[in-house]
Design a protein around this ligand. Structure first.
Ligand code: CTP
Ligand code: CA
Length: 228
């Protein structure tokens, strides 16, 4: 965008970001969820807004506050998150930082499931949730110019991140090791590798706010000199 102030490199750009976990109801009092504080996704939303972007944050249930000056859409399930993302598109950039639950319960029970006294737990019938990143990546109408996914891995980080990059048709994958020793889940620090068709960039351990700042700088650089 010509005449963009140097400190607002994303002004005029629309960014859709997912953050936090999703909750998949089992019955009125129980759910299945992924571990996610939302800190990384929310920090990216904040950094993009500070860079002048028009940001829509689609957030699963988190305990951290909504970032200031951003449209926040609150959702609970993966299905609702997909619908909210579709509603928020088109955009120039989409960043899928949410830890979406891979499975939901096939039929939510309308009443609290009770122990029946037999000592045998109830069987849960699970169904795979829609993949939001892959759905958008494979939809030529909705796909933004720059589509960024995350890959939370406990092993074979690069291999898994690279396969997600191609399978979901993302432009970049922000890959991080979430094994227990990393302490990333819920913490304030993150060590990531950026995987793209150009190769792999290793970033040092940084605060999640610093990762967000760097990612926004990299996005701004992409729009200043698109590689293709
Ligand atoms: N993702 C998504 N919708 C899903 C599952 C994942 O949009 N139903 C997105 C995440 O937000 C992230 C990327 O896909 O940007 C990778 O998520 P991840 O859980 O690492 O990948 P999966 O494909 O679910 O593979 P797995 O959990 O089996 O490693
Ligand atoms: Ca997953």
């Amino acid at each position: 965008v010509s005449g963009t102030p140097i400190d607002k490199p994303l002004s005029g750009r629309r960014v859709v970001i997912t953050s936090g976990p999703t909750h998949e109801p089992i019955d009125p009092v129980r759910y299945i969820a992924n571990r996610s504080s939302g800190k990384q996704g929310h920090a990216i939303a904040q950094a993009a807004a500070e860079a002048g972007a028009d940001v829509i944050l689609v957030s699963g249930p988190v305990t951290i506050p909504d970032p200031q000056g951003i449209t926040v859409v609150h959702v609970e399930t993966a299905k609702a998150m997909l619908q909210a993302v579709k509603n928020a598109l088109p955009a120039d950039i989409a960043i899928m930082a949410a830890a979406v639950a891979d499975w939901g319960v096939a039929a939510e029970d309308g009443h609290k499931i009770k122990k029946d006294g037999s000592g045998k737990p109830p069987a849960l019938d699970l169904i795979e949730n829609p993949d939001i990143l892959a759905t958008i990546g494979h939809n030529d109408t909705l796909r933004p110019m720059l589509l960024i996914g995350f890959a939370a891995e406990t092993q074979n980080l690069l291999e898994n991140a690279t396969s997600k990059l191609t399978r979901k048709r993302a432009d970049w994958i922000v890959a991080n090791n979430v094994s227990a020793e990393g302490g990333i889940m819920g913490g304030d620090k993150n060590t990531v590798r950026i995987v793209s068709s150009e190769g792999v960039e290793d970033w040092p351990q940084l605060d999640k706010t610093e990762v967000a700042g760097r990612l926004v700088e990299k996005i701004a650089a992409f729009f200043n000199s698109p590689p293709h």
